[in-house]
Design a protein around this ligand. Structure first.
Ligand SMILES: Nc1ncnc2c1ncn2[C@@H]1O[C@H](COP(=O)(O)OP(=O)(O)OP(=O)(O)O)[C@@H](O)[C@H]1O
Length: 580
């Protein structure tokens, strides 16, 4: 939590000015009832018009001062709180960027989005309100009571007797409200999560006619959010009438005893009016306090959720002894007895996996769905660290390399193609920030997408996605391959990245990859792709079932032979022969 408060440090001056101006408003507010008492007792009752005009003028003057202080206070409070929110959002974004994949597994995407938006806005507003009214309300209560006692001890003590009971009541409300608001934010996460899934999967939902089902799912989570919000706000709604009732009873008592004291000549009428004025001001300050409790309870829940993100230990950092020298790698990859288990799961996904790929060679990885192929890929750029064993690049354990140096050598084309909002050229150069137009075109040509891009209305400058060109699955795959190729990687990881390509395009692509002279690992379901590789790895339930060249596996591995025969029967014969 202190980490969150530290974001206020750069705005100390703004906050100090805002607080001083708020104190000016407070002093004026506490002074006004006394001025009013003076006007009544010395002006109205003694029929002295000059005094009424004089003190009336003073009252107007200080009110104008308070008004100006309020406006300038809003300006400074606004600047401090908005800048505070901006800095927290930026720091959160940077923190999330540094997350490892196991860190990501701890938070759902929607929850991170809610934390970075709604939760930050919540504490940002709290800072604004604190500088604007929050501190004023408790100070007004204490100051009002002191002033009332100074005017008349007996009547002042009546007000002072009611207030502590109400403060205790508010403390109880605060404890209850915190739990309710925390659960409200969690339910907001859920609503965002369903919404996000729906927007992403809209085509699928329409194709499967699942609209009604999804509306039901959304209504369900929306209903739960509503219930939690209602119970949180109901608690706060009960608070104000209780406060009003108690304080108005106090004011009635002041009127009753004040009446007796005025009759006895112990107090003046104006002084009774002043004490009642303090009472009404304290009452409205108490109702502000109940609102403050609501805002603070929400802000505490929000800051707790933000702190959880900041407090997440990044478990994938450069080792202290990470090698500093920038050598150009050859690209030899070696897995030595690698075991891997996802954090929080019981069963190992990879078991004792060992293999070597020589520089510039291609390894195809075949295996049933869920056999651990993608997991194996993710270990190479260290999206996750191995649980046991080691992975070496040119003989160096990748854990001893600087992360950015390792990742800079790798061109990774994930299974799920993801393109960003922007032009085709921007999407390709995303792989290499300073890529020239020539390099972008070269990568696109080798990824077999150049000709298609040329046919787009604005060529490489065509926008992708909404309001831009709509791409087929195969075109998206090839743009994401071009994005990897533009880096001229030493290691290329293709995770089922040619699945949507026709055979001719795929053959051309694989042939063109040779000029990059990079070590290539291809996950594939197609035997024809595997045949083109230098060696093949057959993965079964996280273990290496067999490894070797196509011809060796065909001779020795019945499972491989079965896959080969089944797929060739489906009509790939001529293509396969072309490679042999
Ligand atoms: N983040 C994760 N946390 C826990 N388990 C996971 C995670 N990601 C994948 N798994 C599990 O690891 C196993 C292997 O998944 P992986 O994605 O590596 O398989 P795959 O061989 O690439 O499958 P496919 O061919 O379907 O893509 C699966 O049982 C999957 O449920």
């Amino acid at each position: 939590m202190s980490k969150i408060f530290s974001f206020l440090k750069p705005y100390r001056l703004h906050m100090a000015v805002a607080l001083i101006l708020m104190l000016v408003e407070l002093v004026v507010e506490l002074w006004q009832p006394l001025l009013m008492a003076k006007i009544i007792d010395e002006g109205v009752l003694k029929k002295d018009l000059n005094l009424v005009i004089y003190w009336g003028g003073v009252m107007l003057g200080v009110s104008a001062l308070a008004f100006a202080a309020g406006i300038i206070n809003s300006f400074y409070a606004g600047h401090a709180s908005q800048s505070f929110g901006f800095d927290i959002r930026k720091a959160l974004f940077e923190k999330v960027q540094s997350f490892s994949f196991s860190n990501f597994d701890r938070f759902s995407t929607s929850s991170l989005v809610t934390r970075m938006t709604n939760d930050v806005t919540m504490i940002q507003n709290t800072v604004f309100m604190s500088l604007r009214i929050m501190l004023r309300a408790p100070l007004l209560i204490v100051g009002g009571l002191i002033m009332a006692i100074l005017v008349d001890v007996k009547l002042g003590l009546i007000l002072a007797g009611v207030t502590p009971l109400l403060v205790l009541f508010l403390a109880w409300v605060r404890t209850r409200a915190r739990g309710l608001f925390l659960s409200m934010q969690k339910n907001l996460d859920r609503v965002n999560s369903v919404l996000r899934e729906n927007l992403i999967a809209m085509r699928l939902i329409k194709a499967f006619l699942r609209g009604k089902h999804e509306i039901g799912r959304f209504t369900d989570s929306n209903e739960r959010l509503k219930k939690k919000t209602v119970s949180a706000f109901r608690l706060i709604e009960y608070t104000t009438p209780v406060l009003m009732l108690a304080m108005n009873a106090g004011i009635l008592a002041v009127l009753w005893f004040g009446n007796i004291e005025v009759a006895n000549g112990d107090i003046k009428v104006g002084e009774v009016v002043a004490i009642i004025n303090y009472g009404t001001r304290i009452t409205s300050a108490l109702s502000i306090v109940s609102m403050i409790i609501m805002i603070f309870s929400r802000a505490r829940a929000s800051s707790q959720r933000i702190a959880e993100v900041f407090d997440t230990d990044i478990d994938l950092l450069d080792a202290p002894a990470a090698l500093k020298e920038e050598t150009v790698p050859f690209g030899k990859i070696e897995f030595r007895n690698v075991f891997f288990q996802y954090p929080g799961t019981k069963r190992p996904i990879l078991e004792n996996v060992s293999f070597t790929v020589k520089p510039g060679e291609t390894l195809a990885i075949l295996g049933a769905t869920g056999s651990g192929k993608t997991t194996l890929f993710q270990l190479i750029p260290r999206l996750y660290d191995v649980t046991r064993g080691e992975i070496l690049l040119d003989g160096t354990n990748i854990r001893d390399m600087k992360l950015d140096k390792l990742r800079r050598q790798i061109g990774y084309v994930p299974q799920d193609v993801l393109l960003f909002t922007g032009t085709v050229a921007e999407n390709i150069s995303w792989g290499k920030e300073d890529a020239s137009k020539k390099e972008i075109i070269e990568a696109a040509k080798n990824a077999q997408i150049h000709d298609s891009i040329e046919k787009f209305p604005k060529g490489y400058e065509s926008k992708i996605g909404q309001k831009g060109v709509n791409l087929s699955g195969g075109q998206k795959q090839r743009i994401s391959i071009a994005r990897a190729l533009v880096r001229k990687p030493k290691i290329l990881l293709l995770d089922d990245s040619t699945s949507a390509l026709d055979m001719k395009t795929e053959t051309n692509l694989l042939k063109d990859l040779y000029q990059y002279n990079c070590t290539t690992l291809i996950i594939t379901q197609k035997i024809t792709t595997a045949i083109s590789a230098d060696s093949i790895l057959l993965l079964e339930e996280g273990k290496i079932k067999a490894a070797g060249s196509h011809s060796a596996l065909l001779r020795t591995e019945p499972l491989y032979r079965r896959i080969y025969e089944t797929q060739l029967e489906e009509g790939n014969q001529s293509y396969a022969e072309g490679f042999n």
